[in-house]
Design a protein around this ligand. Structure first.
Ligand code: AOF
Ligand code: ZN
Length: 337
């Protein structure tokens, strides 16, 4: 059993990592905590934007001399390489830390192996059990690292009875204010937002992450349109305000996004792009917003069947339920991932 001190430090490290979401790609949003020899928290840090210090370096700087003989608790195995920054494993050894606990192994061939380096230097090293759930913000980066494409979350809003638009085509206000505010908070943490050309033309969205007063949040995702129609010429002019990228197919979009550093992307529809991503097997997580309205008839979330019969339809693993005013956000993850 994990001591309550380490458990508490892990929770703090995960919270620190969560603060870095949306600012670190292609690097992971890692969190680190340093405990002194008596088990007191003396340093906390998270990954800085690419090229900046890693989480351990921030936490060690925060701890200063108090790290000597202490313990580091990190959400990712400390790196073992000199990339844009130096190896964290060496920095922990140099600071005379005597134990390191980490949550996930670093799967990248360049940076992995820090645990072995630490152990060889006489540091006690132990991998912690991963608590799965929304608080584990490294999951998208880990998925992307193992698949060689960005982690994809499919987001949609639907009525209580499962429609994403009413019979007259109105779809914008299925959920209420609190849910919409959360969407913007969530957009700011993603590397990119993807929509199809149909949605770009129908909704003329700006795809920005805003505060309730309409002002822009500090970090903005890349705005991506998938499809070959010229959306600006046909009226999607709100996209023009902050600029956007366009790719002809979902495959091309994911490949280009990954190679240019995106690891965590959100697909916001419409029905055609959503089903394409599902059919490609590229949807890793689903965010279903459930609005407090009943429509009876209307448009479905997906443009065609995703499964023809229930018996063989893949089941998803629920990871979170959130109450947002009168609406719900339910999150699911692909099973076995
Ligand atoms: C850590 N702590 O906080 C992060 C790590 O180019 P660099 O030097 O910034 O290295 C990037 C790689 O380091 C990245 O791909 C991942 O494997 C690891 N990220 N490692 O020890 C951190 N962000
Ligand atoms: Zn590092």
């Amino acid at each position: 059993m994990l001591s309550p001190v380490i458990q508490h430090a892990l929770r703090l490290a995960m919270e620190a990592g969560a603060q870095a979401r949306g600012t670190t790609s292609p690097n992971p949003p890692v969190g680190a905590v340093i405990l002194d020899a008596a088990g007191q928290v003396v340093g906390v840090g998270h990954t800085q934007p690419p090229g900046g210090p890693h989480a351990e370096i921030m936490a060690l700087a925060d701890a200063g001399d108090k790290a000597r003989g202490g313990t580091a608790v990190v959400t990712l195995e400390p790196c073992n390489h000199t990339g844009r920054t130096g190896p964290c494993a060496q920095a922990l050894v140099a600071a005379s830390v005597s134990a390191v606990y980490y949550l996930h192994s670093d799967p990248t061939p360049q940076a992995g192996g820090g645990a072995t380096t630490l152990a060889r230097s006489g540091v006690t090293v132990r991998q912690l059990d991963a608590p799965s759930g929304p608080q584990d913000v490294l999951i998208p980066w880990l998925t992307a690292a193992s698949l060689g494409r960005p982690h994809v979350t499919l987001k949609f809003a639907q009525s209580l009875d499962g429609f994403t638009a009413a019979v007259d085509g109105t779809s914008q206000w299925i959920t209420g204010e609190r849910a919409r505010e959360y969407v913007h908070e969530d957009r700011a943490r993603r590397d990119a937002i993807l929509i199809g050309t149909g949605t770009a033309l129908a909704d003329n969205p700006s795809l920005t992450a805003r505060f309730p007063d309409g002002s822009l949040r500090e970090t903005q995702p890349r705005r991506v349109v998938v499809g070959s129609r010229d959306v600006l010429q046909h009226g999607a002019d709100n996209l023009g305000s902050l600029g956007f990228e366009q790719y002809a197919t979902p495959e091309e979009a994911l490949a280009e996004l990954y190679s240019s550093g995106a690891r965590d992307v959100l697909v916001e529809g419409g029905a055609g792009l959503a089903i394409s991503m599902l059919e490609m097997g590229c949807v890793d997580a689903v965010q279903a917003y459930l609005g407090n309205v009943i429509l009876g008839e209307g448009t479905g979330v997906l443009a065609r069947a995703a499964a023809s019969t229930l018996a063989t339809a893949p089941r998803w693993q629920r990871t979170a339920v959130m109450e947002l005013g009168d609406d719900l956000l339910v999150e699911y993850r692909k099973k076995g991932q």
